[in-house]
Design a protein around this ligand. Structure first.
Ligand code: GLN
Length: 190
């Protein structure tokens, strides 16, 4: 099984490394032809405005949006969560995203996160992270921080985290994603 990692900008190699630890093959996605044959895609952290512009420039926005809106498995971390949620990019994840939601004092921090379904806390690495203020009824909230800030969630084919599992050695979120891809593996991008 091959999982794509959007490779326009941001924490690409870190996702590739964790996916390899989950025993899946990876493919860097830089142009529309690269989408062929992948069974899921990771949208990494980085800078969402820059990534949006690059998606448009490389003509990846329309084909990727089409996939995501048609049940294709996608995992967005940090800027990836922003892209999946905001109307001008993928407009797919049903939530209200607050970019850089933790403010200046807490630009970067680590926090042990209780995640629904995980026995032990997850090491959450937050870097100018967004959070979800509210989410639609078909979204399952997986983790929140103080003041009910939603920092991990799933909506059908879409898994999002406001933090960066790829900057840890903890594969649990990637495994969750890979396990979500397997039952859908009949779906192949073409
Ligand atoms: N604040 C960034 C944005 O909105 C996301 C930061 C990150 O991905 N680490 O694009």
């Amino acid at each position: 099984m091959v999982i794509g990692v959007l490779a326009l900008q941001g924490a690409v190699s870190e996702h590739v490394a964790l996916l390899k630890r989950c025993n899946v093959q990876t493919k860097l996605i830089k142009e529309p032809a690269d989408l062929q044959g992948i069974k899921g895609i990771v949208l990494p952290g980085g800078e969402s405005t820059t990534m949006h512009k690059l998606l448009v420039r490389e003509r990846l926005l329309a084909p990727l949006k089409n996939l995501v809106q048609h049940n294709f498995p996608v995992f967005g971390t940090c800027a990836g969560l922003v892209l999946l949620t905001q109307p001008e990019t993928f407009n797919s994840f049903d939530g209200e995203v607050i970019r850089n939601g933790f403010g200046r004092q807490r630009e970067s921090f680590e926090s042990a996160i209780e995640v629904a379904g995980f026995t032990d806390p997850f090491p959450g690495v937050f870097i100018r992270a967004p959070y979800l203020k509210k989410v639609g009824t078909d979204v399952k909230v997986l983790a929140t921080l103080a003041a009910n800030r939603i920092v991990a969630a799933r909506q059908k084919n879409i898994l999002v985290t406001a933090f960066h599992p790829e900057l840890t050695l903890d594969t649990r979120f990637h495994e969750l994603f890979v396990n979500q891809v397997v039952p859908m593996s009949k779906f192949v991008a073409n």
